[in-house]
Design a protein around this ligand. Sequence first.
Ligand code: GLY
Ligand code: MN
Ligand code: MN
Length: 424
Amino acid sequence: MKESEYQRRRECVSCSLKKNSLAIIFSARAQIRSNDTEFPYRQDSNFYYLTGFKEDNAILILRRGKRTTESYLFVQKKVKELELWTGKRVGVKAAKNSFKHDNIFISDRFEEKFLSFMKEHQYIYYDFTFEDKQVDFIREKTKHLSAHFNIATLIAKERLVKSPAEIKLIKKALEITKEAHHYAKDYASELSKESELQAGIEYIFKKNGAYSDAYTSIVACGNSANTLHYISNDKKLVDGELILIDAGCEYEYYASDITRTIPVNGKFSKAQKELYEMVLDVEKKIISMVRPNILRSSLQEKSEELLCKGLVSLGILKGDVKKLLQKKKHKKYYPHGIGHWMGIDVHDTSPYKDEKAKEIPLMPGMLMTIEPGIYIDKDDKNVPKRYRGIGIRIEDDILVTHEGYENLSKHIAKEISEIEGRNS
Ligand code: GLY
Ligand code: MN
Ligand code: MN
């Protein structure tokens, strides 16, 4: 991503501040895994969106005066002894060459600069939800100001519509994720455990330059697929069962989010095929509805109607579709939403409603998943035996365009003939 894109984003956010405002955005803190070991560091999504800066202990200040806007970056200072343990730091001098701010200081100077800037401003913006002693410091020092606003809300709005450069990164993430899902369908029959398959998928992510998974991969064989957030991935791959794989890599801070459901032995049984075709048909129909101005709630409603009809046609639900929908009987088998915004976060923090609590319609440049699913527990005696213990979800990443939509993950096999064929 070019520095000019980060500059443009800072400018957009700065211009949406009230005149005479100061906005503070913090980098993520390192997270402890256990005792004195840390999780791999990942920058805070909002901070990254505005700076492209990947180090800890950094702060961004945006100022909006009467006529001008300014941007200040604070970065941790270079300390040789510490760099020996945790790696090189960018430092102020190099940061000044690569990052275009009105000025760049070491983080130690934040409090001093903040206090001096504050004298000239009337309003303050920061992320109230951030728990940190520096946030406590800001809260304390700005008690007297007339108004406090949450900066995260403004940034979330900016993140709603993606730029061409962002779409390019998500396409790259999906290229890698495609390879991983194709590996899964081609090699699952040779593996014995869910965790082994997960490792193979994540190996492909890393081998191709993805920093990590965009979220913890779900590799759920058979009835495990009926636990929606199954991430233990610790069971055997059983011949004759399906595996629901919800896995996507993160590439240069951008997520992909893909679910495919594949047979362990490479061939769907008749009952699996019937359920799979039904979910796939609904998924394709909902994707084809995506276009500017449509509401996400309309897609949700239609997906519930179509899945309910499908459940009746397979004898899983019995009765009149309208009445079943009214009584929400389908919710037992389709309990989640049709999709969500995605971007730097797999569940992007962008709003679904505007300030007046009115739903925001889809617009060109927005990106959402479409992911209908049906989950039938192995012990559900109300369902024909042949369908019990099957969970199916199919998920693609859909960009809203002026003409309608572009399915960014259309190259990832999902037709039964494609899944049963070989790609690698
Ligand atoms: N992978 C998370 C989701 O599909 O929402
Ligand atoms: Mn999703
Ligand atoms: Mn997913």
